[in-house]
Design a protein around this ligand. Structure first.
Ligand SMILES: *Cc1c(COP(=O)(O)O)cnc(C)c1O
Length: 390
């Protein structure tokens, strides 16, 4: 039987730990969705979300998970037969590409090993060759939750600009929105995707699309086959009922309001610095363990290791056994190694409502599990983390 004493800690990269303030804000009776305080509260969410995306563009909000937001972005910008360039860096951009393919897009992928990120030069070279501008959209993720890679969205934006390619630049920030710096307008991004259940510390159920004027113009040329995903009614502040194409997600809106208040109180820069500090600790621990065994960070280039999630390769230490042991005996849930060998990888999420005791506790517990398994590792991971975080 799993242990039931103390608090179980969920260290998966989304959904993340919900702050009690957010839970309390959500635990309430229904309110009028047509008039009254909910309307003002909802309108107040948009400027705060746009501040995190750093955009003057529109923000469209959906009752959906991240996949829904992917679909929303594609439905408004892609027509059957359009060519879409997917910049692979793990499972997620590829998954978005699969959705585009089902809509009739012709998907071309720039492949990438699971241990690296997108190479901006390769993007520039491919776009330079596309002299007839067949490519209509470029899909990439900022942080790939499967591999733990942190793609350089600014550098890819510069590569697109360098060849003056007119394709829409579309970025999935679901894993790291509100965890790491992002600058949509300055980096030349046309469409940004986010969701509420990772850095935004709210239970799964809200998806966001940010679209600039160029993307909106594409919507107008393209039309939108779906009423539900259509950006236009959702962008019209006078049509409140259309914001959600029906009933508003009342509790989620109250919860998100509270989560955004918490981010505002801490300050975005402090939030980013906290994620960076905690991630440094996780990486230092893994590096130390790896001194005496097969554990290693999945991402080879230190500059491309993400501050929201870390993917750890375990070699011949059975990652499934490690995860099971943590889950059943040590009150810690670790992330599966998705898109990689389940038996030889696991992930630690360090996004959202996390702090030093949570991360040091996670690392100490992983080290305890390694000890219980008699796995080969160099002790002192927690000590290394403390040094890296101090
Ligand atoms: C979590 C995640 C998704 C998928 O979001 P869902 O809410 O599970 O649909 C997509 N992209 C990235 C980068 C993610 O981290």
């Amino acid at each position: 039987m799993p242990t039931e004493t103390g608090r179980h800690f969920l260290a998966i990269p989304g959904p993340t730990v919900i702050p009690e303030r957010v839970s309390r804000a959500m635990n309430r009776s229904m309110v009028n969705i047509y008039e009254g305080p909910l309307i003002d509260l909802t309108h107040g969410l948009f400027p705060d979300l746009k501040k995190i995306a750093k955009t003057e563009g529109d923000c469209l909000m959906y009752i959906s998970n991240g996949h829904g937001a992917w679909d929303a972005a594609l439905f408004n910008t892609i027509s059957a037969g359009d060519k879409v360039l997917v910049l692979e860096s793990g499972r997620f951009a590829a998954g978005w590409g699969v959705m585009a393919e089902q809509m009739g897009a012709v998907v071309e992928t720039i492949p990438c090993s699971t241990r690296q990120g997108v190479d901006p030069h390769a993007v520039e070279t491919r776009l330079r060759a596309d002299t007839s501008h067949e490519i209509k959209a470029i899909l990439v993720v900022q942080i790939d939750t499967a591999t733990g890679v942190w793609n350089d969205i600014e550098a890819i934006g510069k590569a697109i600009k360098a060849v003056s390619h007119p394709a829409l630049y579309m970025v999935d920030c679901i894993a790291c929105f509100g965890c790491v710096p992002y600058d949509m307008d300055a980096w030349g991004v046309d469409v940004t995707i986010a969701a509420c259940q990772k850095g935004l510390m709210t239970p799964p159920g809200l998806g966001f699309v940010f679209a600039n004027d160029k993307a909106m113009a594409r919507r107008n040329e393209n039309g939108c086959l779906s009423v539900y995903w259509d950006w236009l009614p959702r962008a019209d502040p006078d049509m409140y009922y259309k914001l959600f194409c029906g009933t508003a997600p009342v509790n989620h809106l109250f919860g998100l309001r509270e989560a955004l208040n918490m981010i505002d109180e801490e300050g975005l820069d402090a939030v980013y610095a906290r994620h960076s500090r905690l991630a440094r600790g996780v990486r230092a621990a893994v590096a130390q363990w790896g001194e005496g065994g097969p554990l290693e960070l999945n991402i080879a280039n230190p500059a491309a290791r993400s501050d929201a999630v870390t993917t750890i390769l375990t070699g011949d230490i059975d990652a499934q056994v490690l995860r099971r042991l943590c889950e059943d005996q040590l009150s810690l849930t670790l992330g599966l190694g998705i898109g990689l060998d389940f038996n030889a990888a696991f992930r630690i999420g360090h996004m959202g409502h996390v702090n030093e005791p949570m991360i040091l506790g996670t690392l100490g517990t992983v080290e305890l599990a390694l000890a219980k398994m008699n796995a080969p590792y160099a002790p002192g991971g927690v000590d290394a983390a403390i040094k890296a975080m101090a």
